[in-house]
Every structure is written in C-alpha cells, then in structure tokens.
Design a protein around this ligand. Structure first.
Ligand SMILES: [Zn+2]
Length: 396
C-alpha cells in the first residue's frame, strides 16, 4: 500500500500466476481504476483484467497485494438495509433446500451483517455460522481459515469468490471445514453474461469465472461440481454446487477455446461500458441544460457509477446529491460535494424535474420511497437509471 499526496490510500499491486493452470503467461485486456471511500479512508483501487493464454482463466494481474486487500475489506461498510437488500433470498433457499441438514451446521462466508436470509434458514439447518471480514459486523469468525476442520455440513458464499485475492487457499479452507461428503454452494458473476451487463466495471473483482474455470480450480482442491444453475440471488450470477471428495482432480490442460470465449466475454463487457459512457455523456448535457433553466435535479446514491458521472464534470448548482445511508454524508468531500439524506430535502426532491438513480439494484425501492415520502411519482422520462439496460433491468 502507498499513501498518495492527497491522502488517498492506494492498493499496491503484484503479478499473479494463473490459479487454474499455474501459468505466468496472461494477456492484459482491460485496465481501469476507481476511487472509493471506505469506513475510514479514501482508496484508489486499480484494476487490470487479464486472461491466461494457456487455460483461459480470467483474473486481475498485476492484482492487489494480499495485505492491502485484507485492510481494504476489513474497513468495509456493512450493507445499509433500510432501502432493501441487493439480492433476492428465494433462489438461495431453493438451492439450499436440496442440501438441508436439519440438525447440521450451515456456514456463510462473506455474508455481511446476517439478517433476513439467515432467519429464513431455520428449519433447513440446526446451527448457522457467520464468517465475515468486515469489522463492523458481529460475525463469529473473521476468516474462513479459522473454521474448525470437518465441522460444517454446508458452506455457502454469495458474490464473494470474485473478490478474493487468492482463490486456492480460500477454497482449500472451505474444503477443510466441510465434513466428508459436505457441500459448498458458490454464487459468482458468470463471465458469459458480461456482454449483457456492466459487471466488468466492478473494480473490486479480482477473478472472473466461467463454469469451466471455476470447476477446474475447485476440482483441484477436492470440490467436485454437482450442480450448475442461473437461478441466482443476483441477475448476473451463476450458482455452482460442489461436493467434498477425497480425490482432487488434475490440473487442466491447455484450453484455447476457453481463452477465446473469455476474450469475447470481456470485449462484450467493454462494449457495455462504452455504451454506459455514452449514456452518461448525454445525461451530463441534459443536467447542464436543465440547470441553466433553473430546474431542480436530484441525484440519488453515492456509488462508483456516480463517481464516473462526476469525473471531469462539475455538478450543476441546482442538483442535490442524496443517499439514504447516513454514513455516506462525507463520502464526496474530496470533490467538495455534500451528500444529504433524502428525508432532509423532500421539498427539493418533490420539485425536481429529473431524478438520477446511480444504484440500479435499488431502483424500484428508491422510486417507491420517493412516492411514499413526497407524494410525487416521476414520469418515466424524468428518471434516469444509470447502469440499467433498455428495459430498465439493473446491469450491475
Ligand atoms: Zn491458466
């Protein structure tokens, strides 16, 4: 980690070898970076997406130094639940019902602050364990490596593995924690869907999986793929279920087709990012034009998409930024911008001619909250949902 002059912590980088086949020959395809405020510090998070020339596994290299990544994630902000969950619970329950162990142990790794999801697991499992690195949560364990050996019947992680700096040690600890014949449920984004979403923009992602590469890595750690599906708690995801076996699979051979597929998926993702930039350029023009005519604008949610919107663009004077999470009040201080809570500017919200939503996952909940709290229902043409597809579906 290095400290920049403007007191932004920077994630340090180091080369990574392919965790699927062991090669050091990866082709850099896409680079970017993001600035993000965590619980205490501002961070600059670089991203270098590469594809292994031998097996086609896609991962960031050079990638974050493990100690920097651990510090970054320990400084996490547990999810703000008042506006809704960023995932749906039912698909998770549907999968877990097939592997339930009413007197057994279920462990979730990286589940943030446990809530409704765990409450709804009662009946499926006898005991539920939380493993979460964020220090502002009340989890029993901070690391998967701390779980006792052969203590868990089902271990699950949802949208976690793509954030892990080193996949193999993580999966090895999942394997170690499972009882013989135990099951691991893993949801991650599916690379095959990148041409239809904006997940490639997610700068925290250090690994990009297809079913093939995920199964090849897990197999080598003694986790055999037994179920694949796309009925997931997030729209861009895939769910893969593995069973603990005694005999690990061999390393994969060269896979030129997987490499070509990975490159095609990344290029499709980069095209989505280009379209998103065009959407933002048009939005900036519209906001500037409205402001010149004295029209009010509300911009909702402090996210990476908002930072991209503000990159090189001065927010017009008639625009107000709001976020329901009070912890984000100072998150744009580096840009000299205040973040207000919606409840403190209901008049501005109600008088706004344009509502810009920068958190598409929460789009519907935000629109409902606006109508509930102000009595105003924005016309469809007066709402811009950044990071959403032509039918309004969230792409990120
Ligand atoms: Zn490889």
């Amino acid at each position: 980690m290095s400290v920049r002059e403007d007191a932004i912590l920077e994630i340090g980088l180091e080369p990574r070898e392919c965790e699927c086949c062991g090669s050091r020959d990866a082709e850099l395809v896409f680079s970017s970076h993001s600035i993000v405020k965590r619980a205490f510090s501002m961070w600059r998070f670089p991203m270098n997406v590469a594809v292994c020339r031998i097996c086609g596994f896609c991962f960031v290299s050079p990638g974050p130094k493990p100690e920097d990544l651990a510090q970054y994630h320990a400084e996490g902000l547990s999810g703000y639940k008042a506006i809704g969950l960023p995932y749906t619970i039912e698909p998770r329950l549907e999968v877990l019902a097939r592997y339930s162990a009413p007197s057994g142990v279920f462990a979730e790794v990286g589940g943030d602050q446990a809530g409704e999801f765990h409450q709804r697991l009662s009946g499926l499992f006898g005991r539920i364990i939380d493993v979460e690195i964020s220090e502002d949560t009340t989890a029993q364990f901070r690391s998967v490596h701390d779980l006792p050996e052969e203590s868990v019947d089902v271990i699950a992680h949802y949208d976690v593995l793509e954030h892990i700096g080193q996949v193999r040690p993580f999966l090895a600890s999942c394997h170690r924690a499972l009882k013989p014949g135990g099951v691991m449920v893993c949801e991650t984004p599916d690379m095959r869907l990148y041409p239809r979403n904006l997940v490639l923009l997610e700068f925290e992602h250090t690994n990009h999986f297809s079913v093939t590469t995920l199964a090849a890595i897990a197999g080598q750690l003694g986790l055999e793929l037994i179920e694949v599906g796309h009925l997931c708690s997030r729209t861009y995801g895939m769910v893969n279920v593995f069973r603990k076996t005694a005999v690990p699979a061999a390393r994969p051979l060269a896979n030129p087709i997987e490499r070509l597929d990975a490159l095609a998926c990344l290029r499709g993702g980069m095209e989505q990012i280009r379209r998103n930039e065009l959407q933002m350029a048009a939005l900036r023009e519209r906001m500037t034009g409205l402001s010149r005519r004295g029209k009010r604008i509300t911009v909702w949610a402090v996210t990476d998409l908002l930072r991209r919107l503000l990159d090189g663009y001065e927010l017009p004077s008639t625009a107000v930024i709001v976020d329901a999470d009070p912890r984000r009040e100072s998150h744009l201080a580096d840009l000299g911008l205040a973040v207000r809570q919606p409840k403190d500017c209901l008049d501005h919200l109600g008088d706004s001619e344009l509502l810009v939503i920068c958190a598409p996952r929460y789009g519907l909940q935000i629109l409902e909250a606006v109508t509930r709290d102000t009595g105003k229902t924005f016309a469809r043409s007066d709402v811009v949902m950044l990071g959403s597809g032509p039918s309004g579906e969230a792409l990120i």
